[in-house]
Ligand binder design. Structure first.
Ligand code: NI
Length: 256
């Protein structure tokens, strides 16, 4: 079954049909979903969803664009949430220099703290990195991220960069962008990275794959992504689904 490694079902885009949508996942071949926190509030909501649905797991973390909300008190709460038995990763965390706020210094401070948190709770990280290729790589190196492990989600950098992360023991998250006509860079990444290092993700409600580009996304659209990866790598759709399922299980340390 398909393993969806990155979605945000706590988003208000699902307020009208969240339960019906999630209830339809398994009958449509979506076996597991990791709902990823991006703030303190969405981390809490992710854990609630994971408590409600056996096939949903959570990631606890604060997105770089939300790091201005962090302080020592709520960081201690975040740490406690990371120890919840259905929290399988610390994320999404990282650097986003596309936006001016919060400052790059603030983003780096809390990225470093959350990397060390992941090390302390012994869980992998989910990395969000946008327009910050060099700093992200250098910080992961400096924090010996090869001992922590995890995924570079919504990978947007070069094939060479992807190979450097694979060498570091990381997985590469591939989503809807691979189906876009202008998604040539990601196509090269998929060609360069062995299937053993690729995981499937949607980042729902964002980044819906073709032919649904621009609409609300959901994990039900993952087959379009898996199909495209199968074409690029010249292997079967079934192979893509089963390989990426194993990869995701290994990464998030979820047994059968
Ligand atoms: Ni996300």
């Amino acid at each position: 079954m398909i393993f969806e490694t990155h979605a945000h079902y706590d988003d208000e885009a699902y307020d009208d049909d969240r339960d019906a949508l999630l209830a339809s996942m398994q009958e449509n071949g979506i076996g597991w979903i990791v709902n990823v926190g991006a703030s303190l509030k969405s981390t809490m909501a992710s854990i609630k969803l994971a408590e409600k649905y056996p096939f949903v797991y959570a990631a606890a973390g604060v997105h770089p664009s939300e790091t201005a909300e962090l302080n020592e008190d709520n960081f201690a709460e975040l740490r406690a949430q990371c120890l919840h038995k259905k929290v399988v990763a610390v994320g999404e965390i990282g650097l986003d220099y596309y936006w001016d706020e919060p400052s790059q210094e603030t983003q780096r401070l809390w990225f470093a703290r959350q990397l060390e948190l992941a090390r302390a709770v012994k869980k992998p990280v989910i990395i969000h990195s946008r327009d910050a290729a060099q700093d992200t790589y250098e910080m992961l190196k400096a924090h010996r991220a090869e001992e922590i492990g995890g995924v570079i989600h919504c990978f947007s950098y070069s094939a060479e960069m992807a190979q450097a992360y694979v060498k570091m023991g990381f997985y590469i998250g591939v989503g809807g962008v691979v189906t876009f006509k202008n998604g040539r860079k990601l196509k090269e990444v998929v060609e360069a990275v062995p299937i053993e290092r690729i995981v499937l993700e949607t980042d729902s409600p964002y980044l819906a794959p073709e032919p649904n580009r621009g609409r609300r996304n959901s994990s039900l659209h993952i087959p379009y992504i898996a199909q495209r990866i199968a074409e690029i790598k010249g292997i079967s759709y079934e192979e893509v689904v089963s390989e990426t399922e194993q990869n995701a299980r290994q990464m998030y340390r979820i047994g059968t």
